[in-house]
Design a protein around this ligand. Structure first.
Ligand code: NAD
Length: 265
């Protein structure tokens, strides 16, 4: 039964949802009633435990698909499998992402290729496969997880900033194409959130900038955010759930910063 702003009866795929922001968003969507397809890498026992936990807390169906977001064939298989088992893809959250911090002249070529594939091209492949399913139902919600780095740059993140700026253009383009089909497409742009991805870049940033790890947190990360606080998973999940509601039908093609004021200056 699909009613008002409840997501009951909807099916959501959240890429990269075995950890961090993706898992937080999957929890939020499940609590709002959507069936969930988890995706991402990780320990199979932990993933099974997360599935059981989510199912028993919310009563929704929770599946897991191991598709590698750098592999277009596996992405198409994930969309097709979801259609077969859960009847479609109503909500698509393109969240999977990786990071590498290094000066451009030392930036490893394989890391450039992987970041463009996982952080940008995967969203093209998921949307290409899922939009026809949404059009067939006359309803869909696409939430791409960009970054403050979709709107501004920082040094030593050439691939990441390029991919996240690209995701902004892709979001706007798809939003225009599907505007009359009951589908919205938006970019959520978080500031720093303390996830494993951010923990991993503290050391590299300290090295690239020649400063201590404490200084990276205080001056580089929270230095960017006027609130001086990390963004929380709950804040990002709540915004995503709202964007999936019927009341958010006219919000499309936007970039929504959730960054403690970072991109205001
Ligand atoms: P994370 O490292 O905690 O989670 C990343 C997820 O992506 C994991 O589930 C991982 O298994 C998955 N993943 C990685 N490579 C994959 C692949 N090839 N195929 C499928 N899944 C893959 O990171 P996070 O901080 O939660 O980041 C999630 C998203 O949020 C990313 O797109 C990131 O750029 C964005 N973001 C994060 C922050 C932050 O401060 N943490 C800020 C802005 C934007």
């Amino acid at each position: 039964m699909i009613n008002g702003n409840s997501l009951q009866g909807r099916t959501a795929i959240v890429t990269g949802s075995t950890s961090g922001i993706g898992l937080g968003i999957a929890r939020g969507l499940a609590a709002a009633g959507a069936n969930i397809v988890l995706n991402g890498f990780g320990d199979q026992k932990e993933i099974d435990q997360t599935r059981r936990e989510l199912r028993s807390q919310t009563g929704v169906q929770v599946q897991y698909h191991p598709a590698d977001m750098s592999r277009p064939d596996q992405i198409v298989a994930m969309i097709n499998d979801t259609r077969s088992t859960l009847g479609g893809v109503d909500i698509l959250v393109n969240n999977a992402g990786i990071q590498k911090v290094a000066p451009v002249e030392e930036f490893p070529v394989d890391k450039w290729d992987a970041i463009i594939a996982i952080n940008l091209s995967s969203a093209f492949h998921t949307m290409r496969a899922a939009v026809p399913l949404m059009k067939a139902k006359g309803w869909g919600r696409i939430i791409n997880i960009g970054s403050a780095h979709s709107l501004v740059a920082s040094p030593f993140k050439s691939a990441y900033v390029a991919a996240k700026h690209g995701l902004l253009g892709l979001t706007r383009t798809v939003a225009l194409e599907v505007a009359q089909s009951g589908i919205t497409c938006n970019l959520v742009c978080p500031g720093y959130v303390r996830t494993p991805l951010v923990e991993g870049q503290i050391k590299d940033t300290a090295k690239a900038r020649g400063i201590s790890e404490e200084a990276v947190i205080r001056d580089v990360m929270l230095g960017e955010q006027p609130t001086k606080k990390f963004v929380s998973l709950e804040e990002l999940a709540a915004l995503t759930v709202f964007l999936c509601s019927d009341t958010a039908a006219s919000i499309t093609g936007t970039a929504l910063p959730v960054d403690g004021g970072w991109t205001a200056h």
